[in-house]
Design a binder for this molecule. Structure first.
Ligand code: MTE
Ligand code: MO
Length: 160
C-alpha cells in the first residue's frame, strides 16, 4: 500500500468516527419510558412548535427572550412514561434535565400534565442569547421568576 493510500484511508476513518460521534451526541430523553427519544433535529421538527416570550432573573439582571421549541409534554407523550402500580402513579414522575456542563434541574410530571398545572415548558431549539439551536437545546419554564431551571445546552432528560 502506498503512503498516499494509507493517509487517505486514515483520513476516511477519522471522518467516519467524527460523524458517528456527532450522530450519537444528540440529547436523549430516557429513563422510565417505553420509547427513549433522540432529541435530534428530525424529531423536533416533526413535532408541533410552541413559542414563548419569557423574562427571568439571572445573576446579571433580567433576561428576556422569544423562544421556539417543542412542549416537554409532547415529548413525554412520544416517550410514554412507565408508571408504577398505584393511585395516580403518573404523578410520581419527575424529569431531571442535565446540561452538558453537568448542571441539573427537575420538573414534576404534575407541573406539565394538562390535568394539573399544564405548564407550557418547552425544549427550545431557537431564540434567546446565546441562541438556542438544534445543537444547543434549552429548557424554558414559563412562570419561573429566576432562570435557574432554564437549563442550557441540554445533554439529557431523564424520566424518573
Ligand atoms: N447548562 C447550564 N444551564 C444553566 C446554568 C448553568 O450553569 N448551566 N445556569 C442557570 C442559571 S442559574 C440561570 S440564572 C440561567 C441564566 O441564563 P443565561 O446564562 O443563558 O443568561 O441559566 C441557567 N441554566
Ligand atoms: Mo441564576
Amino acid at each position: 500500500m502506498s503512503v498516499r493510500a494509507l493517509v487517505l484511508g486514515l483520513l476516511l476513518l477519522a471522518v467516519a468516527a467524527g460523524a458517528s460521534i456527532a450522530e450519537s451526541s444528540a440529547p436523549t430523553l430516557g429513563g422510565k419510558v417505553q420509547h427513549a427519544l433522540q432529541l435530534d433535529e428530525a424529531l423536533l421538527r416533526s413535532l408541533p412548535q410552541t413559542s414563548l416570550d419569557i423574562t427571568f432573573e439571572t445573576g446579571k439582571g433580567p433576561v428576556s427572550g422569544h423562544y421556539t421549541g417543542v412542549l416537554v409534554w409532547t415529548l413525554l407523550q412520544q416517550a410514554m412514561p412507565i408508571d408504577e402500580v398505584g393511585k395516580n402513579a403518573s404523578l410520581r414522575h419527575t424529569l431531571i434535565v442535565t446540561g452538558r456542563d453537568g448542571y441539573q434541574a427537575a420538573i414534576a410530571f404534575g407541573e406539565l400534565d394538562p390535568l394539573y398545572e399544564g405548564k407550557q415548558a418547552i425544549v427550545a431549539y431557537d431564540g434567546g442569547a446565546p441562541p438556542a439551536s438544534f445543537a444547543n437545546l434549552r429548557l424554558v419554564v414559563p412562570g419561573d421568576k429566576h432562570g435557574g431551571r432554564s437549563v442550557r445546552d441540554i445533554a439529557s432528560i431523564e424520566v424518573r
